[in-house]
Design a binder for this molecule. Structure first.
Ligand code: HEM
Length: 324
């Protein structure tokens, strides 16, 4: 069977200079909506583990979003089958993932109830986390998600909230972007999807980072100058897509998370310099929100060494394999 997986894209979205949150939305080529990587099995295994052990942390919905979630599920399945027919097939009302040896029902039971929520089924097919916006009482609210890899936020606390309310804990975000985000959603049509990138630096490569105490305790942060720094701090990039669906008017927000140790920048002084600059320019409240205050000086020190060419003879510069 053909292998549909591909290498991870080299996203480096941090920006040097004075900090501000950016919309930075770009038109999405629908062929590139879902990304299946070489780490598909690793991440789908991790998703299964999360769903088996922490289901209610990862899947939460408001009542009555099955119609929207079913439209999303069917669209994802159509997409997978049309792009990767070697792996995915629809037969007898079920989607088969031949690569994983799994199959899921695409329709509710005879009594109209779903054995598993359609948003949860959709999440079991792709590496992306899925967040659903639905229209209720004339406004778009957070209808729920299948989020196995949250970057230190809490899914259940967001249910039923507007975009501004969802983003309220993000320091300065509503101040700078509430209007542009609302305008964007008002204009978003089902014909023109978009995507954007977000980034952070973390002390762990574990994708599962909820805030409810069920994440593993991260290892200690290396001290400034510790030569193991580039293997113990990680660039975490989120590739997010936004797409509206015509039948139920819902919007799906997908989040595909890419994590690499800082060592992948060891021979890239310009990127290292830009990341050091972006970290140095984060206001304290934003660095606190991103939870990088404690590790920032260690990361900046190593990145500045790379930028100035003083990193020669340092640790192994190859991209190391993830351990979790
Ligand atoms: C134009 C659309 C959007 C923009 C520009 C945007 C921007 C952002 C930014 C900049 C952050 C901070 C992330 C960081 O640490 O760097 C954030 C956080 C977040 N966003 Fe959005 N976002 C958008 C749409 C959405 C949608 C549609 C959802 C969900 C349906 C969503 C859910 C969240 C959540 C849950 C957080 C974390 C909040 C927390 O920490 O409590 N966002 N967003």
């Amino acid at each position: 069977m053909t292998d549909v997986r591909r290498m991870a894209p080299d996203y480096q979205p941090y920006v040097a200079g004075t900090f501000r949150w950016r919309l930075a939305l770009r038109p999405l080529d629908l062929d590139d909506w879902i990304q299946i990587g070489h780490d598909y099995d690793h991440e789908m295994d991790r998703k299964s583990w999360v769903l088996d052990n922490h289901h209610d942390t990862a899947v939460a919905v408001i009542p009555g979003v099955e119609p929207e979630a079913a439209e999303v599920l069917h669209s994802i399945v159509d997409h997978l089958v049309s792009l990767w027919p070697e792996w995915f097939e629809v037969r007898d009302g079920r989607v088969f993932n031949h690569h994983r040896g799994e199959s899921f029902s695409l329709f509710p039971d005879g009594d109209g109830s779903w054995a598993e929520h359609p948003l949860s089924i959709a999440g079991r097919l792709v590496q992306e986390d899925l967040a659903l916006l639905v229209e209720r009482d004339g406004r778009m609210v957070f209808g729920g998600g299948s989020v196995c890899f949250p970057n230190r936020w809490d899914l259940t606390s967001k249910l039923g909230l507007s975009m501004a309310e969802v983003h309220a804990p993000v320091s300065r975000l509503n101040e700078q972007l509430e209007g542009p985000i609302d305008d964007f959603f008002a204009r978003l049509s089902d014909e023109r999807p978009f995507w954007r990138l977000g980034w952070g630096v973390l002390d762990t490569d574990d994708l599962y980072q909820p805030l409810d105490g069920t994440a593993s305790v991260p290892p200690p942060i290396p001290n400034v100058g510790d030569p193991s720094t580039p293997d113990r701090l990680f660039l975490r990039v989120e590739r997010e897509t936004l797409r509206r669906f015509p039948r139920t008017n819902c919007i799906l927000f997908t989040i595909r998370t890419y994590i690499r140790p800082l060592s992948h920048l060891a021979d890239r002084p310009e990127d290292a310099s830009r990341l050091a600059d972006a970290l140095a320019n984060l206001p304290d409240d934003v660095a606190d929100y991103k939870k990088i205050t404690e590790l920032s000086s260690t990361a900046q020190h190593w990145l500045n060494e790379v930028a100035s060419g003083r990193n020669i003879g340092g640790p192994d510069t190859s991209i190391s394999e993830r351990t979790t």
